[in-house]
Ligand binder design. Structure first.
Ligand code: ADP
Ligand code: MG
Length: 262
């Protein structure tokens, strides 16, 4: 089982979209995928067809140790993808867990325990909130690698150094094996010079860390969540669906090599 956290403290860069569609893309290879929604906004849950009224047991209950992991897992609207949903309860997790000595390890302990091993997933994908708060720390402590979406716009690279520092800290303290799975350029627009420049800068500065696949800006990608589906099922032939399928293939292929270490 491989655990991949999708993280970037900036909002609106394509984390949730990537978590949903990477989960869907990997599942098309026949893998069993668990998506963990760790954002109080619950957009990944909505995007996979879990209505707010169905989120009776959530990732919040898991972190607060009020439910076992088996109790929190729900079937999604996509074959081979299961989800631990989130709702706004999660917004108070930082405060509710302040006195808990294990507070950074709660997700780690839940995902690395015997119960999940017995259920048996090939990949766990974690959708992080737009912050470097306790929730993201839990994801970084629990995961094998981080996938970092980078929106192709001005200042995109500046925000990355803070995330890299956090990753380094966590490597020194709680998760020495933590790797960077890759940086994914999202919402790329080949006709826009700024977008091209951001991609060129990222490749120059980050080298092999940048996925070969880039995700184009594509309206079908942004429409899909309102139909509670990944773009892979909403419009399987769209440019966005093709790009996420290619990314999933790249991930599967990279897996067989050693992940790059930053
Ligand atoms: P985050 O989770 O980082 O906050 P989201 O995945 O929610 O970001 O994306 C932010 C917005 O951009 C959403 O409205 C989403 O539908 C849209 N979006 C993301 N990726 C694309 C894309 N490739 N093409 C068009 N719109 C996109
Ligand atoms: Mg999000």
């Amino acid at each position: 089982m491989r655990i991949i956290a999708v993280a970037n403290q900036k909002g609106g860069v394509g984390k949730t979209t990537t978590a949903i569609n990477v989960a869907a893309g990997l599942s098309e290879f026949g893998y069993r995928i668990l998506l963990v929604d760790l954002d109080p906004q619950g957009n990944a849950s909505t995007g996979f067809g879990i209505a707010p009224t169905d989120r009776t047991v959530t990732s919040y209950d898991l972190l607060l140790e009020q439910s076992t992991i088996g109790e929190t897992i729900k079937e999604s609207s996509f074959p081979n993808v299961w989800i631990i949903p989130a709702n706004s309860d999660l917004a108070s997790a930082d405060i509710d867990l302040v006195a808990n000595e294990k507070r950074s390890f709660l997700l780690h302990d839940a995902l690395r325990g015997a119960e999940l091993r017995n259920i048996g997933f090939d990949f766990v994908v974690i959708d992080c909130p737009p912050s470097l708060s306790l929730l993201t720390v839990n994801a970084l402590v629990a995961c094998d690698s981080v996938l970092v979406p980078l929106q192709s716009e001005f200042f995109a690279l500046e925000g990355l150094s803070q995330l890299m520092l956090t990753i380094r800290d966590i490597r020194k303290t709680a998760n020495p094996q933590l790797r960077i799975e890759g940086v994914l350029i999202t919402m790329a627009d080949g006709r826009n010079r700024l977008s091209q420049q951001v991609e060129a800068d990222a490749r120059e500065n980050l080298g092999d860390l940048v996925f070969e696949t880039t995700i184009p800006r594509n309206v079908r990608v942004s429409e899909a969540p309102s139909y509670a589906m990944p773009v892979l099922s909403y419009d399987p032939q769209s440019k966005g669906a093709e790009a996420y399928r290619k990314l999933a293939l790249e991930l599967v292929t990279r897996h067989k090599k050693t992940a790059v270490r930053a």
